[in-house]
Design a protein around this ligand. Structure first.
Ligand code: NAI
Length: 296
């Protein structure tokens, strides 16, 4: 297998932060993209957001107006899941929950063609477990993009135990055709980046709990003296505390409760409060018109 033929459409299931970014890079690369979400308003918001992001790129002369218009024209809202029946590849970017992903893939198997690749953007869930129980588990692979997708070059292509090597290679080649730098990885908890990143967040939480410094100071130190693009708290605000907390829980459970990966009670409270980060305007910091000051 090689990169997905641009004659086949890409279905993006889940049109939140990641789904919108994935749809954007696929559409810009020349693919027809069908976006589906259980909340139709999320699809409308994603398409409007992509159009506005691309128009900004036109204004900066990074793409031309014709390419922008054709990319936007390639975005189509799927009203029901059945509308993705002709997809050559599905990229799932729904909630980070194994049962939800399994249920979706089981539904998709009854809709898409036998040669359609089922890719998951999961950050941490076992690709082997997502594929288990499907009729054709060999066609499932991880296609793990990073946030914000249009800007972040890396894409982890994750093989579960049953993943067909040709499918992993096709996902790899498709990511490359979308302008990304793919790497192959095996399905281990957190894959490469989220595994290495867990202690970055965990030590940030420990420093905060011990009142060693406040969140803004820790972020500034990591950015200005540590050479990181973002500190742990501003990065968690970008990722979303709900997503970040689920990923930590998933890695913690997958390593049989290894204390290195213990989730933070404070982060759980932020999720309980709905302080999910940038996407809702409030996390550690406030976004929008409000002052940018740590809130926790
Ligand atoms: P999000 O919360 O922004 O969007 C998720 C979307 O999925 C929502 O619009 C929701 O309505 C929809 N949805 C939920 N269940 C659905 C279903 N059964 N069928 C169709 N749509 C459904 O979440 P985000 O941040 O886009 O994350 C999505 C996935 O991407 C998760 O698996 C997450 O772990 C992964 N991911 C997230 C990253 C991040 O930085 N936020 C980075 C890389 C991966």
């Amino acid at each position: 297998m090689t990169a997905l033929n641009t004659g086949r459409s890409v279905a993006v299931i889940g049109s939140g932060a990641m789904g919108a970014g994935i749809a954007q890079v696929a559409a810009v690369a020349g693919y027809t993209v069908r976006l589906y979400d259980t909340r139709p308003e999320a699809v409308a918001k994603a398409i409007a957001g992509i159009a506005s992001a691309l128009e900004k790129l036109v204004a900066k002369e990074r793409i031309n107006a014709i390419d922008c218009a054709s990319a936007v024209a390639r975005l189509q809202a799927a009203v029901t899941l059945a509308d993705v029946a002709d997809a050559g590849m599905v990229v799932e970017a729904i909630v980070e929950n194994l049962e939800a992903k399994r249920a979706l893939f089981a539904q998709l198997e009854a809709i898409v063609a036998e040669d359609c690749i089922l890719a998951t953007n999961t950050s941490s869930i076992s690709v082997t477990a997502i594929a288990a129980g499907l009729r054709l588990p060999g066609r499932v692979a991880g296609m793990h993009f990073f946030n914000p997708v249009p800007l972040m070059a890396l894409c982890e292509v994750v093989s579960g135990l049953a993943t067909d090597g040709a499918v992993a290679q096709a996902v790899y080649d498709t990511a490359a055709a979308w302008g990304k730098n793919p790497v192959h990885a095996k399905s281990t908890p957190g894959f490469i980046v989220n595994r290495v990143a867990r202690p970055f967040y965990a030590e940030g939480w420990r420093l905060l709990n011990e009142q060693a410094a406040d969140a803004a100071t820790i972020d500034a130190v990591m950015r200005e003296a540590g050479g990181f693009r973002m500190g742990p708290f501003e990065l968690m605000d970008l990722i979303g505390h709900d997503v970040n907390f689920s990923v930590t829980q998933s890695v913690f459970n997958a390593y049989f409760g290894d204390p290195r990966f213990t989730p933070s009670v404070l982060q759980q409270e932020m999720v309980n409060a709905g302080f999910l980060g940038r996407k809702v305007g409030r996390g550690f910091y406030q976004y929008g018109d409000a002052a940018v000051a740590p809130q926790v």
